[in-house]
Design a protein around this ligand. Structure first.
Ligand SMILES: Cc1cc2nc3c(=O)[nH]c(=O)nc-3n(C[C@H](O)[C@H](O)[C@H](O)COP(=O)(O)OP(=O)(O)OC[C@H]3O[C@@H](n4cnc5c(N)ncnc54)[C@H](O)[C@@H]3O)c2cc1C
Length: 429
């Protein structure tokens, strides 16, 4: 083995694929992530809506790479990069030297200059976010059952999802299904079917990255599930009291943010150009301009597809980039020059409800039950490990035949809940 040191930061779709594809390279690889698990984000909303358990969509990174003696896995948070000394800086004061660096640190939520909304309208990005949202949804039904105050009960049974991209649509559709199909028999004082689920979108249609006919179908399907779709209305306030969108003020105790993303600070670490969402502008070979030994992949980069459109922030794109970078590193170590990266778009998928989905394969579009089956099979296929595939398939079978959602657990207890709520109110005051 040579002394060449490859450091990969981030074990999401892009970083993990890079490490997988570096198998056999003549180098020492270190993979750093601030979490100990790789997360399958496309099914996070199912944890947030009590359909799946956390362990069904996340895997310890160390376990995934247990057979790779050439890879050292480190739990650590990167806070900077010194490209002159060629070191990655960790928050515990350590520095990791590298010869080749791959930044795959993904993206987080963007509140468009209103970070103060976050305590009231959490976004969905991590397992903690998903269990927080799950707790808020389930607790709202519990508190509505217990209260005798009609106004408070109405606010508790108003659920607002902000942003009608795939995550917003999936969340709103599933919350409406829970309220109408899963929960009614479990409560005595409230009729959960009367819960209002409102999907607020500043743009003119839901699923705006899909063709218009699929957007219209998705909106009709959501409305049939009981979701109120409010289009063309930007949110101007989120607080402990509720939400204001357009000229509507809606008291609501559960607000979920699915409206915007911001790239990780990788561009700031290097002091290089970024777009408005903070994504690094990379060269055609995915290296960072001025830093030929630093690659960047996934949601933290901005690069154009062959047709000139931006490569979308989706898992297959991050994996394609990871695969490309691994091959590029191998080629360079052999003294070859890699050809530029070319993105291939295989399609877009979104679930709307239990048996409904839309799929856009370009010339070929699908909607309804068949699309849902393809969506389901694709997601099960991309999960890691037979046990998780079987567990998810079994859970879905249960949900679809019996309307039972097995992960309806309120965790972190009432004390934490009260603290979170009080903190939110203090911050709002
Ligand atoms: C709710 C949701 C639903 C989605 N649904 C879909 C879908 O249906 N289909 C689809 O294709 N895509 C979907 N996506 C998008 C997809 O998940 C992303 O495009 C993909 O995860 C990007 O991969 P990545 O490797 O760039 O980043 P990520 O997968 O986000 O991985 C980034 C990694 O970097 C680590 N990290 C970040 N900062 C640091 C740091 N400073 N130090 C150390 N480690 C760090 C993180 O812990 C994480 O493990 C969804 C995303 C979300 C949030």
């Amino acid at each position: 083995m040579t002394d060449h040191r490859i450091v990969v930061v981030g074990a999401g779709f892009g970083g993990l694929e890079t490490v997988y594809r570096l198998r056999g390279v003549n180098a020492r690889i270190t993979l750093v992530d601030r979490r100990n698990h790789h997360l399958f984000q496309p099914l996070l909303y199912q944890v947030a809506t009590a359909s799946l358990a956390t362990s069904e969509i996340a895997w310890p990174i160390r376990y995934l790479l247990r057979g790779r003696k050439d890879v050292t896995t480190l739990l650590g948070t990167v806070i900077g990069v010194d490209p002159v000394a060629k070191r990655v800086q960790l928050d515990d004061g350590q520095a990791l030297p590298y010869d080749t660096l791959v930044l795959a640190t993904g993206a987080g939520h963007a509140y468009f200059g209103h970070d103060e909304w976050e305590p009231f309208a959490p976004g969905l990005k991590t397992l903690e976010d998903a269990t927080t949202i799950r707790r808020r949804i389930l607790t709202a039904f519990e508190r509505a059952e217990a209260t005798s105050d009609a106004g408070e009960r109405a606010a508790l049974l108003n659920f607002v999802v902000i942003g009608a991209g795939p995550t917003g649509v999936e969340l709103a559709g599933t919350i409406a299904e829970m309220a109408r199909s899963t929960l009614p028999d479990d409560f005595r004082n409230i009729d959960t079917r009367k819960a209002r689920v409102v999907l607020v979108e500043a743009g003119s249609r839901v699923l705006s990255n899909f063709p218009e006919d699929l957007s219209a179908y998705a909106q009709r399907s959501l409305e049939k599930l009981g979701v109120e779709v409010a289009l063309g209305r930007a949110v101007s306030e989120c607080s402990a009291e509720g939400v204001v969108y357009g000229d509507t003020r809606l008291p609501a105790r559960t607000i979920i943010w699915a409206a915007g993303v911001r790239a990780s600070p990788a561009a700031e670490w290097l002091g290089v150009a970024a777009d408005r969402a903070g994504r690094l502008q990379v060269n055609p070979d995915l290296t960072v301009p001025g830093h030929p030994d630093i690659f960047a992949v996934g949601d933290t980069v901005n690069i154009a597809a062959p047709d000139g459109s931006p490569v979308p922030g989706i898992a297959p794109a991050a994996k394609q980039e990871g695969r490309y970078v691994a091959n590029a590193i191998k080629q360079r170590l052999r003294g070859e020059t890699p050809a530029p990266f070319r993105y291939r778009h295989d399609g877009s998928l979104a679930q709307i409800g239990k048996h409904l989905a839309v799929i856009d394969f370009g010339r070929f579009r699908l909607r309804g039950a068949l699309a849902w089956w393809i969506w389901g099979i694709a997601h099960i296929y991309f999960l890691i490990g037979l046990r998780n595939r079987l567990a998810v398939a079994l859970n879905w079978l249960w949900i679809h035949t019996l309307d039972q959602r097995g992960a309806r657990l309120i965790t972190q207890g009432r004390a934490v809940l009260d603290r979170v709520r009080k903190r939110g109110m203090d911050e709002a005051a």
